[in-house]
Design a protein around this ligand. Structure first.
Ligand code: SF4
Length: 708
C-alpha cells in the first residue's frame, strides 16, 4: 500500500510468535488491513524480522477463518447456535456454579496459553485462585517451560532469567543445548552469528542429536544420544574440575553443594560418559576447554532439555556448569533459557501455573497465600496445587473434572498422547473454547465458543525471554462481536457474582498486577502503561521511582533468592525415566519445530508463503535405518508407538543420528484425518517435579505403509 494511502499513525507492538519478542510497527491502511515492519528503534531486533515476523499482518488481515460471535448448545446432541454474549456467559456461569456447588471448586479448570497477554493471565489467575477457590489454572507453558522454572527455583531460589540479549556481544563461549535457535529464535540467533562473524575466536558448542541449521556456525557439535544430557553435563563438570577451570571463590562464597556434586561428577570416567552419550571423549574435553577459558560464557537452552521426564535434572545439570565456573551475574555470562511463546514469561510473573502465585510467591507458603487473598479480597486461596496440563485431561477422563475452559491454545494437537486427551474432551461434561479462529481439533468438542480479539486488536503487555516487558498497542477493532480475552473473563466473573473485576481498561488491570509485585523479586511498581509507552520496553524489576530501561542483569551482587543467599549446586542423579526402545518399538522418536511454522499452525498454517519452506508433515530418518527397513525417500511410512500412529512421507537424512527419528510437532487434523499429528505417538510420561511431558523421547517403529 503506497504510504499516501495510509490512514493513521503507525503504532508500536511486539511480534506475537516466539519469545524473542521483536518490536514491530503496525500501520492501519485505509482498506482496514494492517502493514507490519520491524521496529528499527527496538533494542531486541533493531528492525529485523524473521520469516514469521514479516508475515505477521496475515494473522489479522485474513478474517476468513475468524470466530465472529458466541455460539452455544444446551446439550451434547444439539448443534452450536449463535447466541448473545450475555446468554453465553450467563449459561456458562450457571453451569460452573452448579458444578462448584455439587462437586466443589476443583471440578472446574482453566487451560490457557503462553500467548495470552499478562493482563489476561492476571485476571484468569485472580478469578480461579482468588474467587472460585481452586488452583486449577494451567497453561500450555507447562508443555515447554516448566522444567526451566523448576530448575531456576531450585538453583537460584526463584524463577529468574539472569541475563539479557546484550550479553551476547560480551560472551566468548556459547553452549547451545537442546535448542535450534537458528530456526526457532531466529532474530536472537542472528545476533550470535554476527558476533561470531566479527570475532571468529568466539566459540560455539551445539549439543543436539540432529545436525540443525544452528550447527552451521558451531565450532563443535556434540551429537549426543537422546536423553543423555545429564551424563554429558556431569562429564563436562568433571573435566572442568580436573583442569582447575572452575571459580573457587564463587563456589566457596556464593554457592552450596559443590562437594556432593564433585563426588557425583567423578562417579563416571570421561571415557564412560562419552560412550553413553555417543560422542568422542576428545570432543568432550574440547568442549570443556572452550567452556573453561572464556571471560563470558552463556549456556542457552530450550525444549530439548525442558521437554523430558528428567527435564528438571537436565536443567540443574546445565545450571551447574555456570555455577561452578562462576559465570553468572556478570556481563557476557549466565544461564539463558529461551522461551518458545511470546508471553510465557509474563504468565510466570503473574503466577499463571497451577503451582504458582503472583509475583514469584509460593502456593505452599501460608503467608504468601494470605497476602494475595487479602490483596484480592476474595475467598481464601486453596493450599492444594491445581491440576497441571496433562493432569487436567486425565481428570476429565476419570470424571474428577467436570468443566474445562480452554483459551488461546489447541490442546488436541499439542498435548502428548493426544488421542487420550481427545477421549477426555469427549467425556467432559462442559467445554468452553475461547479462540480467535477455527482450531477444528479442539472446537469440535466445545459446548460454548467465545470469539476472542487477536493480536493488534487489543492492548496489553508481554514479557520476552530476557525479562523485557513491552506494551502492545491496539490498532484495529476486532471483527464481528469478538472481544479481548481479559474482557471476556471479567464479564464472566461478574456473571458469577464476583466483585473486583470491573476494570475500566487494560491499564487498570496492569496497575493492579504491578501493585501486587511490591517488595518481591520482580517488583514492577514503577511501571505503568505511560512509562512503557514513553520508554518503549523495560526489563524487570522496575521499582517505584526507577527511570531508564530497567534491570539488564540479575545477581550482579551474587545474592541469590535462596535462604542462605547462595546459589545451589545440585548433585542431580543421572537417571533414565523415558520409554525404552524394545524389539517391537526399536527406534527413538524426538519431536520439534520447523522454521516457518509455529505451534499448531492456527496462524502460520493459513499463510501460503510460510507453507513454501516445508508444506507437509514428514519423518526424518537416517538412510542406514531406512535401508534396513526398505524405505526410500518420499515413501509413505507409518510411525507407530504403543499409543497410536502417524502416516507421513519419509525424509532420509544423515543429519539425524542412527536409531533416532524426528517428527515435526505442528500438524493436527487435515480433512478429518489425524494421521499427520505427531502427538498420536508421543509418550505421556512427565517429569515428576515440573510435570512437563517427555516430547523428546519415546519408543517407535517405522515401516513402509502398505495400503490394506
Ligand atoms: Fe517474531 Fe520470534 Fe521471528 Fe522475532 S524471532 S520476528 S519474535 S517469530
Amino acid at each position: 500500500v503506497p504510504s499516501n494511502e495510509r490512514q493513521s499513525a503507525s503504532l508500536s507492538s511486539t511480534c506475537c510468535y516466539c519469545g524473542v519478542g521483536c518490536g514491530v510497527v503496525v500501520t492501519k491502511e485505509k482498506n482496514g488491513t494492517v502493514a507490519v515492519e520491524g521496529d528499527k528503534t527496538h533494542p531486541v531486533n533493531k528492525g529485523m524480522l524473521c520469516s514469521k515476523g514479516i508475515n505477521l499482518q496475515y494473522t489479522v488481515n485474513d478474517k476468513s477463518d475468524r470466530l465472529l460471535y458466541p455460539q452455544m448448545r444446551y446439550n451434547k446432541s444439539m448443534h452450536l447456535q449463535r447466541v448473545s454474549w450475555d446468554e453465553a456467559l450467563q449459561r456458562t456461569a450457571a453451569v460452573f456454579k452448579t458444578f462448584i456447588q455439587k462437586f466443589g471448586p476443583d471440578s472446574v479448570a482453566f487451560y490457557a496459553s503462553g500467548q495470552c497477554l499478562t493482563e489476561e493471565y492476571y485476571v484468569i489467575n485472580k478469578l480461579i485462585k482468588g474467587f472460585i477457590g481452586s488452583n486449577n489454572l494451567d497453561t500450555n507453558s507447562r508443555l515447554c517451560m516448566s522444567s526451566a522454572v523448576a530448575g531456576y527455583k531450585m538453583a537460584l531460589g526463584e524463577d529468574s532469567v539472569p541475563i539479557c540479549y546484550d550479553d551476547i556481544e560480551l560472551a566468548d563461549c556459547f553452549y547451545v543445548t537442546g535448542a535450534n535457535p537458528a530456526w526457532c529464535h531466529p532474530i536472537l540467533w542472528r545476533r550470535v552469528e554476527a558476533h561470531k562473524a566479527a570475532h571468529p575466536e568466539v566459540k560455539i558448542i551445539v549439543v543436539d542429536p540432529r545436525v540443525t541449521d544452528t550447527c552451521s556456525v558451531a565450532d563443535l557439535h556434540l551429537q549426543l544420544n537422546p536423553g543423555t544430557d545429564v551424563t554429558l553435563n556431569h562429564a563436562l563438570g568433571r573435566i572442568l574440575i580436573e583442569n582447575g577451570d572452575i571459580d573457587l571463590y564463587f563456589i566457596q562464597h556464593h554457592a552450596e553443594g559443590f562437594e556432593k556434586y564433585k563426588e557425583l561428577a567423578f562417579q563416571k570416567s570421561v571415557a564412560e560418559a562419552a560412550e553413553i552419550c555417543g560422542v568422542r571423549e576428545e570432543d568432550l574435553r574440547l568442549a570443556a576447554h572452550y567452556i573453561g577459558n572464556p571471560k563470558g560464557f552463556i549456556s542457552m537452552w530450550t525444549m530439548g532439555l525442558n521437554q523430558s521426564s528428567i527435564g528438571v535434572n537436565k536443567n540443574l545439570s546445565l545450571l551447574n556448569l555456570n555455577l561452578i565456573t562462576g559465570h553468572i551475574g556478570k556481563p557476557g555470562s549466565g544461564p539463558f533459557s529461551l522461551t518458545g511463546q511470546p508471553n510465557a514469561m509474563g504468565g510466570r510473573e503473574v503466577g499463571g501455573l497451577s503451582n504458582l502465585l503472583p509475583a514469584h510467591r509460593n502456593l505452599n507458603d501460608p503467608i504468601h497465600r494470605a497476602e494475595v487473598q487479602k490483596f484480592w479480597g476474595g475467598t481464601s486461596i486453596s493450599e492444594k496445587p491445581g491440576l497441571t496440563a496433562t493432569e487436567m485431561f486425565e481428570a476429565l477422563n476419570d470424571g474428577r473434572l467436570k468443566a474445562i475452559w480452554i483459551l488461546c491454545t489447541n490442546p488436541l494437537t499439542s498435548l502428548p498422547n493426544v488421542r487420550l486427551a481427545e477421549e477426555a474432551l469427549k467425556k467432559a461434561k462442559f467445554v468452553v473454547v475461547q479462540e480467535i479462529s477455527n482450531t477444528p481439533e479442539t472446537l469440535a468438542y466445545a459446548d460454548v465458543i467465545l470469539p476472542a480479539a487477536a493480536w493488534a486488536e487489543k492492548e496489553g503487555t508481554m514479557t520476552n525471554s530476557e525479562r523485557r516487558i513491552s506494551y502492545l498497542n491496539k490498532v484495529l477493532d476486532p471483527p464481528g462481536e469478538a472481544l479481548p480475552d481479559a474482557e471476556i473473563i471479567c464479564r464472566f466473573a461478574q456473571h458469577m457474582g464476583f466483585q473486583g473485576f470491573s476494570y475500566s481498561n487494560a491499564a487498570a488491570i496492569y496497575q493492579e498486577h504491578a501493585k501486587l509485585t511490591a517488595g518481591t523479586s520482580l517488583d514492577i511498581t514503577g511501571l505503568s502503561y505511560e512509562v512503557l509507552k514513553k520508554q518503549g520496553s523495560v526489563q524487570w524489576p522496575y521499582r517505584m521511582g526507577e527511570t531508564g530501561a530497567g534491570t539488564a542483569r540479575l545477581f550482579t551482587d551474587k545474592q541469590f533468592y535462596t535462604p542462605s543467599a547462595k546459589a545451589i549446586i545440585h548433585a542431580v542423579p543421572d537417571e533414565f525415566r523415558s520409554e525404552k526402545p524394545d524389539a517391537d518399538f526399536p527406534l527413538i522418536l524426538t519431536t520439534g519445530r520447523i522454521r516457518d511454522h509455529w505451534h499448531t499452525m492456527s496462524k502460520t498454517g493459513k499463510v501460503n508463503k510460510l507453507k513454501k519452506h516445508i508444506g507437509q508433515a514428514f519423518v526424518e530418518i537416517h538412510p542406514l535405518d531406512a535401508e534396513i527397513l526398505g524405505i526410500k525417500e518420499e515413501d509413505i511410512v507409518q510411525v507407530s508407538s504403543k499409543r497410536g500412529e502417524v502416516r507421513v512421507k519419509a525424509k532420509l537424512s544423515v543429519s539425524i543420528k542412527q536409531g533416532v527419528v524426528f517428527l515435526p510437532m505442528h500438524w493436527g487434523k487435515i480433512l478429518g484425518s489425524d494421521l499427520n499429528r505427531a502427538n498420536n505417538v508421543t509418550s505421556d510420561l512427565i517429569d515428576p517435579i515440573s510435570k512437563e511431558p517427555d516430547f523428546k523421547y519415546c519408543a517407535v517403529k517405522v515401516e513402509k505403509y502398505q495400503k490394506p
